[in-house]
Design a protein around this ligand. Sequence first.
Ligand SMILES: Cc1ncc(COP(=O)(O)O)c(C=O)c1O
Length: 410
Amino acid sequence: MTSQNQLFETLNPPQRLLMGPGPINAYPRVHQAISQSLIGQYDPVMTGYMNQVQALYRGVFETQNQQTMLIDGTARAGIEAVLVSVLKPGDKVLVPVIGRFGHLLCEIAQRVGAEVRTIDIPWGEVCPPEKVEAEVKAFQPKLLATVQGDTSTTMNQPLEALGEICHRHGVLFYCDATASIAGNELKADAWHLDAVSAGLQKCLGGPSGSAPVTLSDRCAALINQRKHVEAGIRAAHHIQGAEAMIQSNYFDLAMVMDYWGPERLNHHTEATSMLYAARECARIYLEEGAEQVIARHRQAGGAMAAGLQAMGLSLFGDQQHRMNNVVGVSIPGEVDGDTVRLELLNRFGIEIGTSFGPLHGKIWRIGTMGYNARQECVLTTLAALEAMLLKHKARIEPGVAVTAAMEYFG
Ligand SMILES: Cc1ncc(COP(=O)(O)O)c(C=O)c1O
């Protein structure tokens, strides 16, 4: 029970080292950005920031797409906005399911009333392009919906070949890059992606609550065929789309595009503090340089994997296709995974991730993302985990994990 006194205590969350699959500790500069003054949504300074955010995220997504903006909400809001705006009832969508978030795409598409076909891949593997091409030919979907990095399994789905297939067959290509963007290569234009959505709370190093999205011109044109300007703000020059209205108001990307467009046609009230955060995340990423940031994630993830293996633990899934930023590691049979995680949190203030569905109780997921893709975070986590495993009498090789990770860093 919360006591009356607790209600009025000053907010004072504990300092944690967040080494799970996200959220992670935000870059200190992002915290500073969030605490800046609020301004009105039509203040020219604010609309200027909105334009800057669009330009910065074109850099992050590696795209020239005019329609690049933020959806106010967590990463799931970005996914839902794309799917509800692109898909109409009866439209065909093909989803390679490599983990939990593939199932999520199916569920959202089903809610829209789309006809969903899946390619079911065992957890720990990625979908071969041949399977996608065969299903594209057989099913002739309007949209191929994929997850790049599925945190539930730690796998990173290669997208370039899928983009080629979609391009050749005239299929729209969408990807949820929430967990992979900024830690793994993603080239929206070069890989023929028509829509990409993301979140801040993984390798971009921010809090959750803003979902950057980008839409190709053809995808934006298709969505605009369903444009219906809200009655209370409609003017004579507004042309309504010829097709059925998008079923969600909040996630109506035709409306959101108008809000971010030159007319600034009012929709929601842009979440100012989250926009500041998103702007800072992109600025940090592009300042350090995409290649350098991705290499930093590759190195930190590789060092974590090397340390865990040196302890004698086995890694989960096809290591050729592991995301740079999350490692899945089998929980030794001698210990209870949740007990170890909780003690790690209580004694060291370090959080690592549990897992879902068929992997629950079998693997922990350890992330090295954004601000935490650093040597000190990796070494501290390995040292603490080793101590907890020894305390719980796991049969591991003591005293070698940190050294192996240090050697990996060189
Ligand atoms: C691949 C992927 N997609 C979507 C999400 C959902 O993000 P959010 O919780 O910000 O809505 C997550 C979160 O872990 C994720 O890893």
